[in-house]
Design a protein around this ligand. Structure first.
Ligand code: HAM
Length: 408
């Protein structure tokens, strides 16, 4: 095979890409730990049945990666985490002390048409609060969503939080008296509203009259706005058309939108799902949470130059004059590494100028030169590449010297 591309819609992560992904994930984890959330995970593989009753129709029939294993079991690559989380909670419902505050950063797979912000594999922060069925639970989850954005260095004016309650729309749909199939199409259509030019026409075709959704926020939403306002969160908007694409949402739904004119789109979202866990046959436990993908947030940060330009962090690069010096170089590198000083040894035995060039390219802070003389005298020649200062040291003084320079 001589095609160098990765599979359609997934990414190779070169070290710089890995730096970006790790930066995003580390930031997520830092924020969640501040709120006392515990991390969990599960396998990428799930039995297909898990999604058939509990996700959205569109996801199951069009977007999952399915296969039959060698034991004739139907297997799905997880397209989202909420069904897995619900299964895990249901399984331990008797032992868990509620409310449960959990987070996870799974990679999830969806068979979608790749485009800006949409890929076939992404890493998705999942934050969920289970067993706290009130406005404070709703508010905490929205506050965390807000806090994550702030912790990335974004300001309130960079994003808005659109909020709705599925109850309003669910009630309205009931009054339309549509057959179940059309009911599903209704939510699908509403979820795509912003991307359509002929939304009103399509909706008219489906329900046989103009869509009339009540435009005032319910009391429940007003209360949440009040709580969040008091916490200093004011970039909130009531959006009566917001539904989100999953069947399991039962209450508050919300979505965070970028306000930048070149990236005006949903970044992430979530909502309340109060009947999902009960579907596993255990006692019912309420839930609210959200999912936030690495792809969309990376776009947001890139546009605003908020991704750190992190370079490889090598502290010491050891240049060797000849093969005979390599044992001595290894002794020295052991001492450095034991002291958590990141060290590379250049075994190319090329010209020293060439090795220094490599050290500079690797962004090393120091170079150490080792040749016959250094081996004989058991000394080290070290150069700080930032200041240009060179020193000859005894081995026992090396760590102290490097640490001192690194901290200055
Ligand atoms: P979702 O809206 O399908 O919700 O996905 C959540 C977020 O994951 C999206 O807003 C977006 O940031 C990211 N995302 C989704 N699909 C893709 C894709 N194809 N490529 C890149 N990023 C993507 C859920 O999955 C719910 N399970 C979230 C949830 C958790 N609700 C309650 N708890």
């Amino acid at each position: 095979m001589n095609n160098l591309d990765s599979y359609k819609g997934v990414r190779d992560f070169y070290p710089q890409d890995m730096n970006n992904l790790n930066y995003i994930i580390d930031n997520w984890k830092k924020t969640l730990k501040k709120f006392g959330y515990e991390e969990y995970n599960a396998s990428i593989l799930e039995p297909t049945e898990l999604y058939e009753a509990k996700s959205s129709d569109e996801i199951v029939s069009e977007q999952t990666y399915n296969f039959i294993d060698r034991g004739d079991r139907r297997v799905t690559l997880r397209p989202e985490m909420t069904p897995t989380l619900s299964r895990m909670i249901a399984k331990k419902s008797k032992e868990l002390s509620l409310p449960v505050r959990w987070f996870s950063v799974p990679n999830v797979f969806r068979y979608e048409q790749p485009q800006r912000g949409r890929l076939r594999e992404h890493w998705q922060l999942n934050v969920d609060l289970l067993g706290l069925e009130n406005k404070y639970g709703d508010s905490e989850i929205i506050q965390i969503a807000y806090e994550i954005m702030k912790d990335f260095g974004l300001n309130e004016s960079d994003f808005v939080i659109r909020i709705n309650n599925r109850k309003n729309i669910n009630q309205m749909v009931k009054s339309l008296d549509l057959p179940p199939e059309k009911e599903k199409d209704f939510f699908k259509l509403l979820d795509k509203k912003d991307k359509m030019v002929d939304f009103n026409d399509e909706m008219f075709k489906l329900i046989g009259k103009p869509l009339n959704i009540s435009m005032g926020p319910s009391e429940e939403i007003e209360k949440i706005f009040e709580i969040l306002n008091k916490r200093g969160i004011t970039n909130l908007v009531f959006d009566p058309y917001l539904v989100r694409g999953f069947d399991y949402y039962t209450g508050i739904v919300f979505e965070i939108y970028d306000t930048n004119s070149i990236n005006k789109r949903a970044i992430f979202g979530g909502g309340r799902y109060d009947n999902l866990i009960g579907q596993f046959g255990s006692e019912n436990i309420s839930g609210i949470g959200f999912g936030m993908g690495d792809v969309t947030i990376q776009d947001v940060l890139e546009i605003r130059k908020l991704l750190p330009n992190k370079k490889n962090n090598i502290d010491v690069y050891i240049c060797l004059f000849n093969e005979e010096s390599s044992n001595y170089a290894n002794q020295i590198s052991n001492i450095l590494r034991e002291n958590e000083i990141n060290t590379i040894i250049d075994y190319s035995f090329k010209r020293i100028s060439n090795q220094i060039e490599k050290a500079v390219k690797k962004n090393s802070i120091f170079t150490i030169f080792i040749g016959e003389e250094e081996v004989k005298t058991q000394r080290i020649k070290i150069k700080n590449l930032n200041s240009g200062i060179e020193k000859k040291l005894k081995i026992r003084d090396l760590v102290k010297f490097v640490k001192k320079e690194l901290s200055s």
